[in-house]
Design a binder for this molecule. Structure first.
Ligand code: S3P
Length: 437
């Protein structure tokens, strides 16, 4: 396992573009694969998770061609053109790959097995299989909950093998929502989603670009049946969850000032920006391209931080940024409280536990360590320590930031290789921001 030593840093300065958004990149490849015609995508994430999606789609008979620069062409096979894969599909570490593919593969005329690495095989899959079973999908799960997920194919002669109808979402998960919407391309009747639908909305925002008609508002998403996807051309905005690391680093290191350009400002992803503002950071963001997936710039200048409360309703728009909020809390005066974040327990690792044990190793005391969140009183100094990534890219990158403000020598990150899951150029970008100051 790779070990990285991190030394305290001087102020970060400069302007960066972060890699393409991971969630949008997965969807580009999947929607492009199911469309008729050739789609072209620019600026896709080069992280390992998105490569897992590409590899699985290749095994299902879809071909990809790298064009000039950062453009990728996807040769769409249409909704009924996927081929039976010869072996189980390995989704690596990527929950989005596995869960979105479940929605499609439940309606194919062949059997499939979806699996992944040890982390993915420990994450619950019933949140997707159960609502899909209600539409007629047939699944068998390892120990009735986990991957490998065994999917039984449908009859060859049935082009709309699933039923439609209303589905009430029990968890605010874009992966669940998207799996159901993808299944909706194979249903006899329209699909209507209600309940906890307020997670990131890339699927709803992007499908119209592929010629799909749907209605989405805060109460329901309605996808009429019997639609096709047509090829699209899409430029992927920068990933706000990657930009988050530089914004937080600048909020932690006195004298810092950073600007991230070309980043997605989709409001279902910018919850951390609002939290940073409440905590006292000087942060501004501005939309430069007000399209369906808006993109723009975000600047942050260091200012002393104060604690805040993050309510359960805010979690979906910052679900991947909660580890960073724990780190911010240690450097904010007063109380920071996060509640309603129990979803963090079933991400690539138990992220609440991972942050608690890593911060504890650095000498931080939690006022409360609850099942759904935590309370931290700041400010508390961080002592250099050994930080475990738990094979989780976001925990690993948060560990690097902790090292930048640690006292007492070199801080060590154990398992730095997991950074490549979402942000292979992370350490190079850190050097760039350190070099400009
Ligand atoms: C994702 C949704 C989120 C997020 C994950 C990517 C997506 O998961 O944590 O990294 O692309 O749909 P949930 O929506 O299941 O919380």
């Amino acid at each position: 396992m790779s070990v990285l030593s991190i030394l305290p840093s001087h102020a970060l300065q400069g302007t960066l573009q972060v890699p393409g958004d991971k969630s949008i990149s997965h969807r580009c490849l999947i929607f492009g694969a199911l469309a008729t015609g050739n789609s072209v995508f620019e600026g896709l994430s080069s992280g390992e998770d998105v490569q897992s999606t590409q590899r699985c789609l290749e095994k299902l008979g879809v071909s990809f061609e790298r064009l000039s620069g950062s453009q990728m062409q996807v040769h769409g096979v249409g909704l009924r053109g996927l081929k039976s894969p010869e072996a189980p599909l390995d989704c690596g570490n990527s929950g989005t790959t596995l869960r979105l593919l479940m929605g499609i593969l439940a309606a194919q005329p062949f059997d499939t097995i979806l699996t992944g690495d040890a982390s993915l095989r420990s994450r619950p899959m019933t949140r997707v299989s159960e609502p899909l079973q209600q539409l007629g999908g047939q699944f068998r799960l390892h120990q009735e909950r986990f991957a490998p997920v065994y999917i039984t194919g449908v009859s060859n002669s049935d082009s709309s093998p699933l039923s439609g109808g209303e589905s009430i979402l029990q968890v605010a998960s874009a992966q669940v929502k998207s799996a159901l919407l993808l299944a909706g391309f194979y249903t006899r009747e329209a699909i209507t989603l209600k309940g906890l639908i307020q997670s990131r909305d890339h699927t709803e925002k992007m499908l119209p670009d592929f010629g799909v008609t749907l209605e989405a508002n805060s109460a329901r998403i309605h996808l009429p049946a019997q639609q096709q996807l047509t090829a699209s051309h899409f430029k992927v905005p920068g990933d706000p969850s990657s930009a988050a690391f530089w914004l937080v680093a600048a909020a932690l290191i006195p004298g810092s000032e950073v600007c991230i350009e070309g980043v997605s400002l989709n409001p279902t992803r910018t919850g951390l920006f609002e939290v940073l503002k409440r905590m006292g950071a000087e942060i501004h963001w501005e939309t430069t391209a007000p399209q369906a997936e808006p993109l723009g710039k975000v600047w942050l200048r260091y200012a002393p931080l104060q604690g805040t409360t993050i309510e359960a309703t805010e979690i979906p728009a910052l679900v991947d940024e909660v580890p960073l909020i724990a780190l911010l809390a240690t450097q904010a005066s007063g109380t920071t409280r996060v509640q309603g974040a129990e979803e963090l327990r079933i991400k690539e690792c138990d992220r609440l536990d991972a942050m608690h044990s890593n911060l504890q190793a650095m000498g931080v005391h939690y006022t409360e360590n609850r099942e759904d969140g935590f309370t931290i009183e700041g400010t508390q100094p961080l002592q250099a320590a050994q930080w475990q990534s738990y094979h989780d890219h976001r925990i690993a990158m948060t560990g690097v930031l902790a090292g930048l403000i640690a006292q007492g020598g070199a801080h060590q990150l154990i398992g730095a290789d997991s950074i490549a899951i979402s942000y292979p150029g992370f350490l190079k970008d850190l050097e760039r921001l350190q070099a400009t100051s």
